[in-house]
Design a protein around this ligand. Structure first.
Ligand SMILES: Cc1ncc(COP(=O)(O)O)c(C=O)c1O
Length: 369
């Protein structure tokens, strides 16, 4: 059995360090919990090369809070990609804004920058680029577009912690950025966690207030915030794991390269591309194949977990009816959503497992063609 996702293999390798760190929290020290969170915030800010990291309870909260911290007018438009995870668009709506969806770039699974340019209107307040599956968007090009129109960028780094664009960590380009540490992420907590990153002091102050019900001090609430704190035990787990992240990312890149080599013999498997060596951290290794649903079943029959990320475009989610503006065009995203399947890519996979998964996929595409 090769599960799609496994934290148990990682936790098995780190079990002494993790239990040691969790056990060392002094329950009789009233300051221990706050210090555990502050320690992680400091480590995360250093890793992401930003001035401030403010920990919150989830990636969804991080995006809502980052967007609310912009103080943009209610109902303003926020541009994001039509292909992606529900939480991005939901956060835009929960922050009080209107998502405007754009297509993916040709041959890619991230937003098309030409489509972003076309989607800008006098009501656009922000762009939320999603570095989907761990692939960094060209942030210098996006920043140029945003700056030309005086529009703010809030990066969704939930799947791309550690990736770089033009040598710089994603999450450090936007006015603010949201990260997720949920159980499925490549830096994972036991259940949920998130953080807002920023280089802007004023935004950092607002974010700290927004994570505590918008309290400006002395029970005076100046903004509608959330009650969103990172659990100190999760913070301790994350501080213990963070020093390993670059090694894990290096192994993810090795696994991705092995898959891509294995699939090179078939023109029926479209493999993920990275525009620069450090641009992709392979949070997910997502391919495009014909007859994707049959492949998923075939993999399951062989004991291999796979996930369709994501079968629906965001503009088509029933929950968003009446909330979102129709996308300008979504032809490429429609094709992508019909063909994608994500396969296991966690660092603890063995080469034999990678080759077995590859062979199962190759035999499927040969029979499907
Ligand atoms: C792209 C993206 N954005 C936002 C989120 C929301 O993060 P969380 O699950 O921590 O709320 C996720 C989580 O899966 C995600 O993948």
């Amino acid at each position: 059995m090769i599960p799609f996702h496994s934290n148990s293999r990682q936790h098995d390798n780190l079990s002494q360090d993790l239990t040691g760190a969790l056990g060392s929290i002094d329950l009789k020290d009233d300051t221990a919990f706050a210090r555990a969170v502050e320690k992680f915030e400091g480590m995360l800010a250093d890793y992401c090369q930003v001035d401030s990291a403010v920990a919150v309870a989830s990636g969804t909260d991080a995006l809502i809070i980052a967007l609310r911290a912009l103080d943009a007018p209610a109902g303003a438009e926020v541009i994001t990609c039509d292909f992606g995870f529900y939480a991005t668009a939901a956060s835009i709506i929960m922050a009080g804004f209107t998502p405007v969806f754009v297509d993916v770039a040709p041959g890619r699974m991230v937003m098309d920058l030409d489509a972003v340019r076309d989607a800008i209107s006098p009501n656009t307040a922000a762009i939320v680029p999603v570095h989907l599956f761990g692939e960094a968007i060209d942030m210098l090009a996006l920043k140029q577009i945003a700056d030309q129109h005086s529009i703010t960028i809030v990066e969704d780094v939930a799947q791309a912690l550690g990736a770089r664009s033009a040598g710089q960590r994603v999450g450090s380009f936007g006015t603010a950025s949201g990260i997720s540490f949920n159980w499925s992420k490549h830096l994972s907590s036991f259940s949920n966690g998130g953080a807002v990153l920023t280089n802007d002091r004023e935004i950092a102050t607002r974010v700290r207030s927004l994570r505590g019900h918008g309290n400006a001090g002395s029970f005076r609430h100046t903004r509608m915030g959330l009650n969103s704190r990172l659990n100190p035990f999760e913070a301790t787990l994350l501080s213990t794991k963070l020093p390993h992240l670059d090694t894990w990312i290096a192994r993810r890149r090795e696994i991705a390269a092995r898959y891509t080599r294995n699939f090179a013999s078939s023109s029926n498997v479209v493999t993920p591309t990275a525009t620069e060596a450090e641009a992709h951290v392979y949070h997910k290794y997502t391919i495009r194949v014909p007859d994707r649903d049959r492949l998923r079943k075939q993999l399951a029959d062989q004991g291999v977990g796979a996930l369709v990320c994501y079968p629906w475009l965001l503009h088509d989610q029933p929950a968003f009816e009446g909330h979102a503006l129709r996308p300008h065009s979504f032809d490429r995203a429609t094709e992508v959503a019909a063909e994608v399947i994500s396969i296991p890519v966690y660092p603890e996979l063995t080469d034999a497992e990678i080759d077995f998964i590859s062979e199962t996929i190759l035999s499927h595409v040969e029979s499907a063609s």
